[in-house]
Design a protein around this ligand. Structure first.
Ligand code: ATP
Ligand code: MG
Length: 394
């Protein structure tokens, strides 16, 4: 059996809500490893112990847990009875064949009935390792860190602590609708909202048949990648070409991009109400492109009555690209595609759209009918992680 001791971000968890957060985290952990021979999850004094069949490969366990928001760090641990001599023997045994020339021992004791204090346990175990291995103690730059946790349930030790993604368990902050293009920014925005505990429903606007289907294929791959963190996703694919055609026929060039965006907000908001979501999320970043000036963001926002969350608003492009690379979306986003926003786009879009001009332009359009057109023709796709074919029957 493999046991993984998971630490969560306690400080982030408000006192009264803690049981709720921990329950969510536990559910999410269980789903993330549901196809790796999950035997159970135990709650042990501010930690969760995930028990898996021995067959699970450690690298795969690590990959999964590194995707579960709310996890501060985790370690593959070995359990032994609350007995110092047994603990020493087990550690020596587990270190057999492991090369290291320096080491340190760190102990946390949450079971205060254990007769030795944490520093005493570290000293005892450290002395034993030193005598057996000949390695020196180095508290700052050790080759090997032996971590010991004394819990009421038993003593646990590990040789490796792996950082989790932090944040809050997905589900803790409610549902939001994420406007996702095939680009670099919106998947990063989605990731950051999931990290804050949101569950996302995705909406993608495409211009098939005016443009090809690459943006849809990329978006599917992006949603698939992001679903590793929330385990189930719904993607709405909304046809936008006809709406753009009508905007082009009625509105002068510079205002078109802002009008496209306003239509996207209206359609996304209508989907959000159906999904019982309480905000919209975009990958907009202040002044990154002409359509994202402060003036334009305000005009875009005016079209929706729901809050629009823009987690990237203060990030620069290099920071966003860096994060996209780390979360595994960059390689999908950079595949060339035909995005709907490139369709009928003016060379010089308005950088300071005025709400009065925009409203005047929209008065030539039947906005409720256009919104309905978008909503009525959506296609819905569902994504699951782990993929159902691989999941174990309950
Ligand atoms: P991204 O890389 O996310 O496409 P961008 O820098 O290309 O962003 P824009 O094309 O101006 O910026 O889009 C701004 C935001 O509007 C996007 O981050 C996304 O949230 C939303 N958006 C743009 N195009 C689409 C689309 N085709 N479907 C859904 N949302 C979109
Ligand atoms: Mg884009």
């Amino acid at each position: 059996m493999s046991s993984v001791l998971v630490h969560y971000h306690e400080v982030a968890l408000k006192r009264g809500n803690r049981p709720y957060f921990v329950r969510l985290l536990r559910q999410n952990l269980a789903t993330s490893v549901s196809d790796l021979g999950l035997l159970g999850i135990k709650h042990l004094s501010a930690r969760l112990l995930v028990l898996l069949e021995e067959a699970a490969r450690p690298e795969e366990i690590y990959r999964r847990l590194q995707g579960v928001f709310g996890v501060a760090n985790f370690s593959l641990v070995e359990k032994c009875p609350l007995d110092l001599e047994v603990l020493k023997a087990k550690i020596i045994n587990a270190l057999d064949g492991r090369p290291f020339s320096s080491f340190r021992v760190q102990t946390k004791r949450s079971d205060k009935t254990f007769p030795l204090t944490s520093p005493e346990i570290s000293r005892e175990v450290g002395g034993c390792i030193k005598a057996r291995s000949g390695a020196r103690v180095d508290l700052k730059n050790a080759d090997l860190t032996v971590s010991i946790e004394i819990l009421p349930d038993g003593a646990f030790f590990s040789f490796e602590k792996i950082a989790g993604p932090g944040g809050l368990p997905v589900g803790a902050s409610g549902r939001v609708v994420s406007l996702i293009s095939g680009g670099i920014d919106s998947p990063v925005a989605a990731y950051r909202m999931m990290q804050r505990g949101c569950r996302l429903t995705f909406v993608h606007f495409h211009s098939v048949p005016y443009l090809d289907k690459t943006s849809q294929a990329k978006t599917r791959d992006l949603v698939k990648q992001l679903t590793r963190h929330q385990f189930a996703s719904r993607l709405y694919l909304a046809p936008f070409g006809e709406i753009q055609r009508q905007i082009v026929a009625a509105v002068q060039r510079p205002l078109r991009v802002v009008l496209y965006r306003r239509m996207m907000m209206r359609i996304a908001e209508s989907i959000a109400r159906k999904e019982k979501a309480s905000a919209l999320v975009t990958g907009e970043s202040l002044a990154q492109v002409a359509s994202q000036t402060l003036a334009n963001l305000a005009v875009i926002e005016e079209a929706a009555s729901m809050p629009i969350l823009r987690p990237l608003v203060g990030m620069d492009k290099l920071e966003i690209i860096d994060q996209a690379r780390r979360i595994g979306t960059l390689e999908i986003s950079i595949i060339p595609d035909q995005d709907c926003c490139q369709l009928f786009v003016p060379r010089h879009p308005a950088t300071k759209a005025k709400i009065s001009d925009v409203q005047q332009a929209e008065s030539h359009l039947d906005i409720p009918a256009l919104t309905q057109l978008g909503v009525d023709n959506v296609e819905v796709e569902e994504f699951k992680f782990p993929p159902p074919a691989r999941a174990c029957p309950a």
